[in-house]
Design a protein around this ligand. Structure first.
Ligand code: GDP
Ligand code: MG
Length: 163
């Protein structure tokens, strides 16, 4: 079957924005089980004639700080199980947060291939915004902007290396 890519990261980093750009209108399945907060959205993407399945993790309702981390953790665990490649998304405007570091540890332990995407690099001249994310330990971060459509090709190229 198609390789599976999962987008993981804490809420508000821009996962759904980039997911929608990647799939266009090729939404595959919407799982929305009442009582289960793990609703995930599947789509089909394509990179150089290669189709892949992509998962937007974390369409979750959140209350407090603890709830956020609990759900981010759960989503990351599910993605680790299911995915061939994980896109770990962080936010250039927010910088490295404690939640990012916790997700990083989980992903690191999983030994799955991880591509680190630094979103909200809205200005191509501001690539220096990605440097602090080297500290997360996943090598070269890919600077992207979901809302401006910057860096999507670089991101998919990096992910497709692991197909
Ligand atoms: P998710 O919670 O990780 O799925 O994040 P969303 O895709 O829902 O985006 C969260 C917020 O960040 C929204 O207000 C988006 O409009 C905004 N956002 C997403 N991508 C970008 C980006 O590249 N640059 C900026 N400045 N804002 C963005
Ligand atoms: Mg979302």
């Amino acid at each position: 079957g198609r390789p599976i890519v999962a987008i993981v990261g804490r809420p508000n980093v821009g996962k759904s924005t980039i997911f929608n750009r990647i799939i266009g209108d090729r939404l595959a399945i919407v799982e929305d089980k009442p009582g289960i907060t793990r609703d995930r959205i599947y789509g089909i993407g394509e990179w150089v004639d290669q189709e892949f399945s992509i998962i937007d993790t974390g369409g979750i309702e959140i209350e407090g700080e603890d709830e956020i981390m609990r759900s981010v953790r759960m989503q990351a665990e599910l993605a680790i199980e299911e995915a061939d490649v994980i896109i770990f998304m962080v936010d250039a405007k927010a910088g490295v947060t404690a939640a990012d570091e916790e997700v990083a540890q989980m992903l690191f332990r999983s030994k799955k291939p991880v591509v680190l995407a630094v979103n909200k690099v809205d200005n191509i001249q501001r690539q220096d915004e990605i440097y602090e994310f080297y500290s997360l330990g996943f090598g070269d971060p890919v600077g992207i902007s979901g809302s401006h459509g910057i860096g999507l090709g670089d991101l998919l190229e990096a992910a497709a290396k692991h197909f």
